[in-house]
Structures are given as C-alpha cells and as structure tokens.
Design a protein around this ligand. Structure first.
Ligand code: C5P
Length: 219
C-alpha cells in the first residue's frame, strides 16, 4: 500500500499523515524533513549551494535516513533541528538543485519499495510514487497556513512576526511551484482537499472515507 500526500507548506500534510500512518499501520515518511536535513548540513558546513562540485561532494558523503519517525543525518538524530528559521529560509533554494532532488527521489523510492508507506511532500504523486494506490493534494488559504505555522513556532518557543511568516511561506511556495525539477503541483489523479475550515479529524475522516471506499487513484 502506497499513499501519497502533497501540498504547500502548512496545509496539514504531516499532521494528517502521521495519524493515518498510525491508524492504517503504515510507515510514515516525511520527505520535507529529508530536504531540511541536507539544508542543515549545508548551513553547518558553510557549503555554497551554487557550486556544483561542492554539491556533488556533499551528496557522495552524506547519509540521510528515517527510523521510528526520527531523522538521521550522517547517523546523528537531527529531528529537533529541522524547523528553525534558518532552515526554513534556505530549504527551497536547496531543494531545487537537480543533483539533490535526484538523490532524494532515489532514496525515497527505495524506502517505499517492499514497504507499506504514507509519504508526504511536494512531488510524491507526480514523481516519487506515480503509481501510488491513493493520492491526495491538501491546500489551505495562505492566512490559515501562516496561522498554523505561527502556532507551531510559538509552541517551540520561537519569537516570530506573523507578517514575516506569511512572507516566508509565500516565497517558499512560489519557489517550490516554479522550479524546473518536479515542481509542486497536483497530480491529475489526486483528490483535492481544502483544509482551511476543517479540523484535523475532519480531514483524516475525509481521506479515510476515500481509502475505505476503495476507489484507487485512476485517471
Ligand atoms: O514539508 P516541509 O515544509 O517540511 O518541506 C520543506 C521544503 O522541502 C519545501 O518547502 C520544499 O522546498 C522541499 N520539499 C520538496 N519536495 C518534497 C518535500 C519537500 O522540494 N517532496
């Protein structure tokens, strides 16, 4: 069983995917966390993302894995370091680099092979798991998504400026949608769910009813 969930930042993908993974006994793979982990290494090692040789070298000497919902960068658990403002700011610039995407997509396909997974990201239904059994595309208004992000940041103890969060999300979405390599877009056969005025439970139930209805994603 493969379930793909795509959508822009703050649309509720990961919250919903985690609950569904638990209910359906699937392995949850947060692909955004993988792009965040490589971004963290670029920041830590002061690597120039525009230098192809540096990027080649980086990809040859980096391991990224996910075990029990924890993200490991070169075997170090970095799960709690992935959602900082520094990473948020750089991640979309890093994730549009072709070499990095190719490497990540390959890793993600390997993770799904012979496993029952629910994977969330930007290009899961279009690129990583085009044959997924079920495909969903979650959206929400910019205002709502920024509110959710602000709530997360507050919970994690960050001081934030709401207008700034909105701008950052907008900039990230734009970059994710406009890049050449597997941009963020809804697969033709993905079910579109606008989560703006819906509770987490309502979105989970909506997805479950599609899955239980057994109507697989077909064109
Ligand atoms: O999902 P999350 O907001 O953590 O993703 C962080 C960033 O990683 C996105 O803004 C996007 O640039 C990148 N990403 C991607 N492809 C994916 C998942 C995430 O390009 N499949």
């Amino acid at each position: 069983m493969h379930i793909a969930i795509d959508g822009p930042a703050g649309s509720g993908k990961s919250t919903v995917a985690k609950i569904l993974a638990h209910k359906l006994n699937l392995t949850y793979i947060d692909t955004g966390a993988m792009y965040r982990a490589i971004t963290l290494k670029i920041i830590w090692n002061k690597i120039n993302p525009n230098d192809p040789n540096d990027i080649q070298n980086l990809m040859e000497n980096t391991s990224i894995s996910i075990r029990n919902n924890r993200v490991f960068l070169d075997n170090k658990d970095v799960s709690n370091k992935l959602r900082t403002p520094e990473v948020n700011k750089l991640v979309s610039r890093v994730s549009k680099i072709k070499k990095i995407r190719q490497h990540m997509v390959k890793l993600q396909k390997e993770m799904a092979r012979n496993n029952n997974v629910i994977m969330d990201g930007r290009d899961i239904a279009t690129r990583v798991l085009p044959d997924a059994d079920f495909k969903f595309f979650l959206t929400a208004s910019l205002e709502e998504r920024a509110k959710r992000r602000a709530k997360d940041l507050k919970k994690a103890g960050y001081v934030y400026d709401f207008g700034q969060i909105k701008k950052e999300i907008e900039a990230r979405d734009k970059m994710d949608m406009k890049r050449r390599e597997s941009p963020l877009r809804r697969a033709k056969d993905a079910v579109l769910i606008d989560t703006t005025n819906k509770s987490i439970q309502e979105v989970v139930d909506e997805i479950l009813s599609h899955i239980k209805g057994g109507k697989k994603s077909v064109l």
